[in-house]
Design a protein around this ligand. Structure first.
Ligand SMILES: Nc1ncnc2c1ncn2[C@@H]1O[C@H](COP(=O)(O)OP(=O)(O)OP(=O)(O)O)[C@@H](O)[C@H]1O
Length: 571
């Protein structure tokens, strides 16, 4: 489908065979067109001319073929041919210049100064072979129990200043190509074009409202039907999670009105006034909290620490969580603003305002008289899926945070898989996040949507691929489940995939910790050269550093050994 362009010539020749009248003799055509321009009926004739040769009127005697004579048209047709050729080569030249300008516009500078120039040219070439059919506002919305989609944001000013290239192409409403720049052994540059397919793919021109229409909006009715709806924003730091969930940023100001939180709230109030829901005597309330490390904090109560408890029936309670009744959208907007300002932020190299926590905003429906739960919509702005990006500067606290985030994201993926797999064990106890959201992963009526956010820049390509693979695994499983059922084989495949994820995650942790270890070990060693250094302090610090290193490696070793065993069993 993508490569129709390549088939144009072939198509032309086929058309010629099937409809010979379409391919007229060029000379005749030019002659006729020159005749036409001098004839008063030329416009009319051009309008009524059909591809078929007009048959002569029945009472007109057949015309004898005109003897071919030298006429001014022959010399004019030669001239016309030349003009045609000149026009053609001018068009080609203009097209080439336009293509080059497009590349220059994209990469910003002259080829000699930009290391990505050649890659940008290759991407442009690749794109010229595609047919683009992006998502349209009017496209239908498909109802899934689990929807996985991806949103690509535009290159930001910082990336443009660094002359970074856009390496993500969105040809259709559910496909995406990532052009990973690579070098062969002889240093020749090439692109590894990796294709992905999701339920929806939103390109950089899509607004929050469009993303909402295809993702969270179809889930609103779920909570009025006694179900749990959940929408996650997943992705690298700075990829656009908060922009999508909380609202678009204008400089440092955030427009909370067009975030998915507020759009859901508006629709909930709309539903509430419509039959049959207006007769159910329902009340709406909201809560907003964050999970930072292993602890949950209430964003509507000055970040009060919350306790997460599970009773004997596996019902998880967040003890002390503020749940405020709301009567209109504006009430919810106030909570969103208040809670967003309370979140735990820090500056990273990838984002000036980076969230280090998972933020969970919940809109809850209850029966007014009994306070019985009717449905709950959980909207989650996850912490950046790579917290190793600032590794050079990272301290122990940041690394522990990173490990917690990784763990919760792995558990989250497994829980969503379990929802798709109906009846599969849901490992919700693996993290606080999944524990709190347990209700979202069980029950026929639960529906989930994951929006993976990605940056288009070449500098983020590794993180982008990680994000897409994660999202792909969630969807891949959904697709497999619906077509292949619960076979033991598919279960093994899933276990293998999940272990592979863990193995890769661990290996990244080991790499990160080696960088940290090397830096700390050098500093410690240098300190021993100072006069009067304390042998004891040195030995103690050295021992602690080694201990930390051994712990990280031991975990990775156990996982690697388990995975090897599993692969050996498979073989
Ligand atoms: N679709 C988009 N269009 C325009 N700008 C965007 C888009 N998505 C994100 N941005 C901009 O990119 C910057 C980073 O976005 P955002 O804060 O939402 O990232 P994030 O994924 O939440 O990062 P973190 O995990 O660090 O909190 C913001 O300035 C935001 O305005």
């Amino acid at each position: 489908m993508f490569f129709n362009k390549y088939f144009h010539n072939a198509a032309d020749s086929r058309v010629g065979k099937m409809f010979p009248y379409v391919l007229q003799d060029k000379e005749t055509a030019i002659r006729r067109s020159l005749e036409d321009t001098h004839s008063p009926t030329s416009r009319l004739r051009r309008t009524i001319t059909t591809p078929q040769q007009s048959p002569s009127p029945p009472d007109t005697p057949p015309r004898s073929p005109k003897p071919k004579k030298e006429s001014i048209f022959d010399s004019k047709s030669e001239a016309a041919k030349k003009v045609e050729l000149i026009a053609k080569s001018r068009d080609e030249r203009r097209q080439k210049l336009a293509d080059e300008k497009a590349i220059r516009d994209q990469i910003g500078v002259h080829e000699h100064t930009n290391p990505y120039y050649e890659f940008a040219r290759m991407i442009q070439e690749f794109k010229s072979t595609l047919e683009f059919h992006p998502l349209k506002e009017t496209d239908g919305v498909v109802e899934n129990q689990i929807t996985v989609c991806v949103r690509k944001r535009p290159l930001n000013a910082r990336e443009k200043n660094r002359n970074e290239v856009d390496v993500v192409t969105v040809p259709t409403k559910n496909q995406m190509v990532v052009h990973e720049p690579k070098h062969k052994v002889d240093l020749t540059k090439y692109l590894d074009n990796q294709h992905f397919r999701f339920d929806y793919v939103f390109d950089e021109s899509c607004s929050n409202e469009t993303v909402y229409r295809f993702t969270a909006q179809p889930l609103v009715k779920t909570i009025f039907e006694g179900g749990m709806a959940t929408c996650f924003a997943y992705g690298q730091t700075g990829a656009g999670k908060t922009h999508t969930m909380g609202g678009e940023f204008k400089g440092k100001q955030q427009n909370f009105k067009n975030g998915i939180y507020a759009l859901v709230a508006a629709d909930v109030f709309k539903f509430l006034c419509q039959p049959p829901h207006c007769d159910k005597n329902l009340v709406v309330s909201a809560s907003f909290f964050e999970i930072y490390g292993k602890i949950a904090y209430d964003l509507l109560a000055k970040k009060q620490r919350l306790r997460v408890l599970e009773d004997g029936k596996q019902v998880v309670q967040v003890v002390g969580l503020t749940e405020r009744t709301v009567n209109k959208v504006d009430d919810i907007m106030d909570f969103i603003k208040k809670g967003s300002l309370e979140r735990t932020w820090e500056q990273t190299s990838a984002n000036a305002n980076s969230s280090r926590s998972h933020a969970v905003f919940q809109i809850i429906l209850r029966r007014a008289n009994t306070r019985q739960l009717e449905g709950k919509f959980s909207l989650i702005d996850l912490a950046g899926n790579e917290r190793g990006a600032d590794n050079s500067k990272s301290n122990k606290q940041t690394r522990i945070e990173g490990a917690d985030i990784n763990k919760s994201l792995l558990a989250l993926k497994e829980c969503i898989r379990a929802l798709g797999k109906k009846g599969k064990h849901c490992p919700f106890r693996e993290s606080i996040l999944t524990k709190i959201l347990r209700d979202s992963f069980i029950g026929e009526k639960s529906r989930t949507c994951m929006i993976a956010l990605i940056s288009p820049s070449v500098g983020s390509v590794d993180h982008t691929l990680n994000t897409l693979r994660y999202a792909d695994r969630v969807k891949e499983l959904v697709a497999n489940d619906f077509c292949s059922g619960e076979s033991e084989e598919s279960q093994n495949d899933m276990d293998l995939l999940s272990m592979e994820d863990e193995l890769l995650e661990n290996s990244r942790n080991v790499i990160d910790s080696c960088v940290y270890f090397h830096k700390m070990a050098c500093q410690l060693y240098d300190s021993s050269k100072q006069a009067g250094y304390s042998k004891y302090e040195f030995a103690k610090n050295w021992k602690n550093l080694l201990r930390e290193m051994i712990d990280v490696q031991k975990i990775a070793y156990v996982k690697a050994a388990e995975f090897c065993e599993m692969l050996e069993d498979e073989a």
